[in-house]
Structures are given as structure tokens and as C-alpha cells.
Design a protein around this ligand. Structure first.
Ligand code: IMP
Ligand code: MG
Length: 182
């Protein structure tokens, strides 16, 4: 285990099970839609979750990416969302969008993106997050699909970072406080 990790919260095996279950549910829920199912990966934190999920969904899908920032350098969200990489395609009215997020904290990012993509004309917008920290919610927002609800701890790994580090860890772990409080 990485020396900066306090404890492993979700192992590789558990992530495999979580993504398998979510993919089955998505297969079921979108089976009868005549729209194009478009998975939108929110860079960079969601890349590993997205790639696991898209392997396991059996319906035909398309993928795209957006990049937003709500975080400064530390471990708390600034609350204001900036779109750094936009979703630009002419066929949004023909798309059921599933926004793929790594973790929900204040809720601002997904609430903002949902409204934004609907305004841009998407037929439907739903959200899926690997992790949810409901104790930290600042805006009223409930995602459509949640992998795992976790306590209010700062976590890294499986795409999630602290100051751009730890994204490549194959598990989700709680970061030792001394790493960001020193
Ligand atoms: P929200 O807009 O406050 O919900 O912020 C969600 C974003 O904050 C996520 O996409 C992550 O980039 C970041 N974030 C929130 N909590 C954590 C964490 O525990 N570890 C790493 N990144 C986090
Ligand atoms: Mg993120």
C-alpha cells in the first residue's frame, strides 16, 4: 500500500463489483430508449471509473469528455464552476446524456452540469458517480446512480487526486491527514 494512505476504503475487487452492478442497472434503464446513449467523462478524476463502466455496459454507447474545475489546490471546493473543456456536438437533442463523475462533495458540479447540458438541448441528462459524500452537500442535489456512499474523508486513488498525485492507485484510499495538513 502507498505510504501516504491511511486505509483502503474500496478495494479493486469492490470497485469491480460496484461497476458491474451499475452497468447492469444502466443496461436495464436505457434498454428502451431510441436516443443515443452518450457517456460524458468529467476529466480527469473520472477516467478510471468511466473506463470500467463503459467496458461493462452492453448497450451501444458513445463517449465524450468535459473538463470542469471547482477546486483550488487544497481539499475543499471553491463552489464556482468553470468549464475548461466544453461538449460541442450538434446532435444533443438526439442524446441521452449520462454524466460520469468520480465523487460528489458539495454537489455544485453536477447540479451545474445537469442544468447546463439541458440548456444546450440534450434530450435527457442523468448523472452517475462512483462515490458520494452526502454529509458535505451544500446545494440540494441527488445523483441518479451512486456506486458507494462514503464518510466525510478526503480520498484518493482510482482517478482521484490530491494536488495531481495518487490518481493511478488501483483502489480508493483515505489520504493521511498529515499529507495535506502540514
Ligand atoms: P463538488 O462540486 O463539490 O461536488 O465537487 C466534486 C469534485 O470535487 C470532484 O469531481 C472531485 O474532483 C473533487 N473532490 C471532492 N471530494 C474529493 C476527495 O475526497 N478526493 C479528491 N477529490 C475530491
Ligand atoms: Mg472531478
Amino acid at each position: 500500500m502507498n505510504q501516504d494512505i491511511e486505509k483502503i476504503l474500496i478495494s479493486e475487487e469492490e470497485i469491480d463489483k460496484i461497476t458491474t452492478d451499475l452497468a447492469k442497472q444502466i443496461d436495464k434503464d436505457y434498454a428502451n430508449s431510441d436516443k443515443r446513449l452518450l457517456l460524458v467523462c468529467i476529466l480527469k478524476g473520472s477516467i478510471m471509473f468511466m473506463s470500467e463502466l463503459m467496458k461493462k455496459i452492453t448497450l451501444p454507447i458513445e463517449i465524450d469528455c468535459m473538463k470542469v474545475s471547482s477546486y483550488g489546490a487544497g481539499t475543499t471546493s471553491s463552489g464556482s464552476i468553470h468549464i475548461i473543456l466544453d461538449l460541442i456536438r450538434p446532435d444533443l437533442p438526439a442524446c441521452d446524456i449520462l454524466v460520469v463523475e468520480d465523487i460528489i462533495d458539495s454537489g455544485s458540479t453536477l447540479k451545474y452540469l445537469t442544468e447546463y447540458l439541458l440548456l444546450k438541448g440534450a434530450h435527457s441528462v442523468k448523472t452517475i458517480t462512483m462515490l458520494d459524500k452526502p454529509d458535505r452537500r451544500k446545494v440540494d442535489y441527488t445523483p441518479n446512480y451512486v456506486g458507494r456512499v462514503i464518510p466525510d474523508e478526503f480520498v484518493v486513488g482510482f482517478g482521484l487526486d490530491y494536488a495531481e498525485k495518487y490518481r493511478a492507485l488501483p483502489y480508493v484510499g483515505i489520504l493521511k491527514r498529515e499529507v495535506y495538513e502540514k
